[in-house]
Design a protein around this ligand. Structure first.
Ligand code: NAD
Length: 358
């Protein structure tokens, strides 16, 4: 398996290096023969090549079996004409990675203030209120006069259908419970269509229990009783906001793993940003990106019918759970280790655990 690795900005290089420590251990333990190929992206690429995503990088990424993208300093990148493209948007749009899967669960041992839970937010990834990705050309935030801005949201039947299908299929493999999150009481046309298409898709799976909840009320329900949810499907921005909340409810935003999936490609990416407030201080929790990489291995294993990749993904998740339960983790989840030391602890558990299971 050939994986392109783009470390990104802020804490990106720290958590990416830590993720590679765990991936190398998994590759050895499960005979995965993973080949890792690093390239700069974000500020490092802007300095070296004059563009946050340099020409030719997309082709390199496409030719690989998967991509790991570290968080990037999106807020710094303002002018695409000056090479300041948002790398996250660029790869999601160019590779049509329409589904963003963001699992959130408690592990026991971490501070689970809201009780144990295990859910996945399925977020549409290619349109919605994200002004930089829902137009063929240009940007959908318009400065009409110096004092008037119009931000357009795109919702299409096709994108609703494919995210609804992804969510239904995932729910059928889990606890068969689907929650549709929307704001169809106000965004009657766009969210009305999203809601109706999700309901319609779910009708093909009679075993699914389906409910829908307004996005504002959802914030209260998920804090009050997160264990009530299994698979939650949402449009782009609502899913983005909700999944930061569910990651934090699980113990920390630093546990927020995520996989961006298209028809034939996947990109592992932490749910959070580049965290400049803690960059370079050995405080960043690498578990978000390690979990994302595990999701990528599982996706690859399923696609190629190679069960050892799925075993490796399970092994990594188990090792993470044990590390959290034993406090062998960063401060945000109750430990006192640094970023790389956390990865080494997870790699050590993975080696002994995989050894014990084989
Ligand atoms: P953030 O997600 O980077 O950080 C929010 C808070 O969570 C901060 O207190 C941070 O220290 C903490 N945090 C985040 N990741 C952590 C980790 N792994 N371990 C421990 N704590 C962690 O949000 P922000 O500070 O608002 O954004 C910073 C930059 O990231 C901005 O430029 C923003 O545009 C960008 N961003 C990028 C992505 C991406 O690359 N996919 C996503 C969101 C934001």
């Amino acid at each position: 398996m050939r994986i392109v690795v783009l470390p990104g900005d802020g804490i990106g290089p720290e958590i990416t290096a830590a993720t590679l420590t765990v991936l190398r251990a998994a590759s050895e333990q499960y005979a995965l023969n993973i080949n890792l190929e690093e390239h700069p992206v974000g500020h490092a690429s802007l300095e070296k090549f004059g563009a946050t995503v340099r020409p030719g990088l997309l082709e390199i990424v496409r030719s690989a079996d998967g991509l790991i993208l570290g968080p990037t300093a999106t807020a710094d990148f303002r002018d695409e004409n000056k090479g300041e493209v948002n790398p996250s948007k660029f790869f999601r749009k160019s590779l049509d990675l329409f589904a963003n899967l963001r699992p959130a669960r408690t592990y026991g041992g971490s501070p689970d203030r809201f009780g144990a839970f295990d859910l996945v937010v399925v977020r549409e990834n290619t349109e919605g209120f994200y002004a930089d990705r829902n137009m063929e050309q240009g940007n959908s935030e318009l400065l009409v006069t110096p004092d008037v801005v119009i931000s357009l949201r795109r919702i299409t039947r096709r994108c609703c259908e494919r995210i609804a299908q992804t969510a239904c299929k995932l729910a059928m493999r889990r606890r068969k419970h689907l929650t549709i999150v929307h704001k169809a009481n106000v965004l009657k046309v766009g969210d009305g269509m999203f809601l109706e298409i999700c309901r319609e898709a779910a009708r093909a799976y009679p075993e699914l229990v389906v409910e829908d909840i307004l996005v504002d009320a959802m914030m209260a329900h998920v804090v009050r009783q997160p264990q009530r949810f299994d698979v939650v499907v949402a449009t782009n921005m609502f899913g983005d906001i909700l999944s930061d909340l569910t990651a934090e409810l699980s113990g920390s935003l630093g546990l927020g793993g995520s996989l961006n999936v298209g028809a034939d490609y996947a990109m592992a990416q932490a749910a959070h940003g580049s965290a400049p407030d803690i960059a370079g201080r050995d405080l960043a929790n690498p578990i978000s990106l390690i979990l994302s990489a595990a999701l990528l291995l599982a996706w690859h294993g399923e696609r190629c019918g190679e069960a050892r990749f799925q075993s490796a993904a399970h092994g990594i998740e188990n090792a993470i759970a044990i590390a959290i339960q034993n406090g062998r983790v960063t401060r945000d989840v109750g430990g006192n280790l640094g970023t790389e030391a956390t990865a080494q602890a997870i790699a050590r558990i993975l080696r002994s655990d995989a050894g014990a299971c084989s």
